[in-house]
Design a protein around this ligand. Structure first.
Ligand code: 0RQ
Length: 509
């Protein structure tokens, strides 16, 4: 088959992964491609991890500062975290080894809005970027780089890095070429111009990444799949959540508050969003659009059936089966999908203009609608805020979904006060649990509390929430957002002490 490296000078720079990894030095800031397990480099990070392990065994210090688009996979985050090779990580991860190190306090993590990362890098907040490592499906004759299954921050990494390593992955379908839309109109304040995108499927950029060929110090050939995990089958809880949400969307169309084909959808990743997508497939909706970060299995099905007319994203999260089918139907999907930089896929200006419907998961919500998306019991990092804030703050409406309890019912997802705040009450419009849906729009704090207790809380926790709220109404210092401060986080403390938030289940001794 045709060589994916179509520039002769760069063909001469092909080296083994270990040779390329040897160009990365201790203390350097390394910026890699990759977004939710798609389009991340696969062999250089592993070769680098091997090198770090050898250095550590010899008593030498060797860590890097690691920047990406979002989460990656075991070959990148996992391999480097296992050998304690990461001093600083941003802006998002979901790797068990990285998470363990973050929570034992040895890995510094900056949990950033995904739309912020490129501009913060340009502003210089992260210091110099020494090396960029990006995965490509091809290098063109002119040296420009065709990204693979994600774009993420790769444009910015290639613009800013002193040196560039490209992994050309033969496993990725060549037919990805033409799916990308890389916008080069961004500038720094005060020189910014409006972004000329008016419809979710507008193309406003180029199909490949520009790079100064002199910066490319190594090219590595790989042939390996994106490491994607299968989704669990839709369970009853997710199905109920999806049911409530779709009924609500229909109701909004009937009321004339949403057009018949809704507004551009943003959907988080995971089993509940997957259930929502499966529900949309059977809902009767047609010609929907998606302006989102990640396309997962369910969205590919919606594109196939015409429920979804087009989808704009910055990466994929596909199961191995979905990925195989995607490769077979790449010519169809290239007409339906636009892969953008995450700076554009999540851009506040665009999310506001298009009026996106943001649908994301949460850890917990409090009586007044503040959302915790990231921290377990206020201090343990789960994944990160990801793009949820970009859409929650700026969308037409912002929906958060979760089962009403966690950890076998020992935790209520509706709590008096959240133990960490990612999305404030001002950014949240709809809460959905398997119990029901609370529409918080246009409600005052006390009205919101009533809705959340009555519609979303699990019956095991309803009385305790009601009791807290009533006593807060009576005794709170202020009666606008009533709280009993010594008690507000006592449910979390009780769980830490006894393993159960329910007072009766495990009375403290
Ligand atoms: O822990 O795996 O140890 O059992 O949190 O929870 O129920 O599997 O749900 O995978 O949808 O994750 C908010 C984390 C939900 C996700 C969050 C525990 C639970 C389990 C995972 P275990 P589930 P999900 C697009 C947008 C932020 C990023 C985002 C997330 C684990 O949605 O990361 O939105 N969001 N990105 O047991 C204690 C609670 C809990 C709890 C759940 N109340 N208390 N533990 N858990 N609720 C994508 C990108 O931006 C890239």
């Amino acid at each position: 088959s045709e060589d994916r490296i179509r520039n002769a000078a760069l063909r001469d720079r092909v080296v083994p992964a270990a040779t390329a990894a040897a160009l990365i030095h201790p203390g350097q800031t390394v910026a890699m491609s990759g977004f939710t397990g798609s389009g991340y480099p696969k062999s250089v990070p592993q070769a680098l991890a091997a090198r770090i392990e050898v250095a550590h065994a010899a008593g030498e210090a060797f860590q890097i500062r690691l920047l990406t688009g979002a989460s990656t996979a075991p070959e990148l985050d996992g391999a480097l975290a296992k050998v304690d090779g990461i001093a600083l990580r941003l802006p998002f991860q979901s790797d068990p080894d990285a998470r363990r190190r973050i929570n034992d306090g040895t890995l510094a993590y900056i949990d950033a809005h995904l739309s912020h990362v490129a501009q913060h890098a340009w502003f210089g907040f992260y210091g110099d970027i020494d090396v960029a490592v990006v995965e490509a499906v091809a290098i063109r004759e002119d040296g420009s780089i065709v990204p693979s299954t994600s774009v993420g921050n790769s444009k910015t990494w290639l613009d800013l890095a002193k040196h560039v390593i490209v992994e050309v992955n033969d496993w990725q379908p060549a037919g990805l070429e033409g799916m990308h839309d890389i916008y080069y109109g961004t500038a720094l304040p005060p020189h910014r111009r409006p972004i000329p995108l008016e419809h979710p499927d507008d193309r406003i950029g180029e199909t490949a990444l520009r790079v100064d060929p002199d910066k490319i110090v190594a090219v590595v050939r790989t042939r390996a799949p994106d490491r994607n995990s299968p989704f669990s089958p839709v369970d009853a809880t997710s199905e109920q959540i999806a049911g409530h949400l779709i009924e609500f969307l229909r109701h909004e169309v009937d009321k004339g508050r949403l057009p018949a084909n809704l507004l551009p959808l943003q959907s988080g990743v995971g089993n509940i969003p997957n259930a929502v997508l499966a529900g949309l497939a059977k809902s009767g909706f047609r010609d929907l659009t998606a302006f989102t970060e990640v396309i997962q299995d369910g969205m590919l099905d919606l594109l196939r059936s015409g429920v979804l007319a087009s989808a704009s994203c910055t990466g994929f999260a596909m199961s191995p089966e979905a990925n195989a089918a995607f490769k077979d139907e790449i010519d169809f999907f290239r007409r339906k999908i636009i892969l953008r930089t995450q700076e554009i896929s999540n851009h506040p200006e665009l999310v506001r203009r298009l009026g996106c419907i943001g649908m994301n998961g949460m850890v917990e919500v409090d009586l007044y609608g503040n959302i915790n998306s990231t921290h377990i019991m206020g201090s343990r990092m789960q994944n990160g805020i990801g793009g949820s804030g970009d859409f929650a703050r700026n969308g037409f409406m912002s929906i958060f979904m979760s089962p009403s309890t966690a950890k076998n019912g020992t935790i209520s997802s509706i709590v008096p006060m959240v133990s960490h705040v990612d999305h404030t009450e001002h950014d949240v419009s709809i809460i959905v649990t398997e119990q029901g849906l609370a529409d918080l729009r246009g409600l005052s704090p006390k009205q919101r509390a009533r809705q959340l207790i009555d519609r979303c809380a699990h019956p095991d926790y309803r009385d305790a929430l009601e009791d807290y709220f009533e006593r807060a109404l009576r005794d709170s210092y202020g009666k606008h957002t009533p709280h009993l401060l010594p008690e507000a986080l006592s449910w979390h403390q009780r769980w830490l002490d006894t393993g159960d938030m329910r007072p009766a289940a495990n009375p403290p001794t």
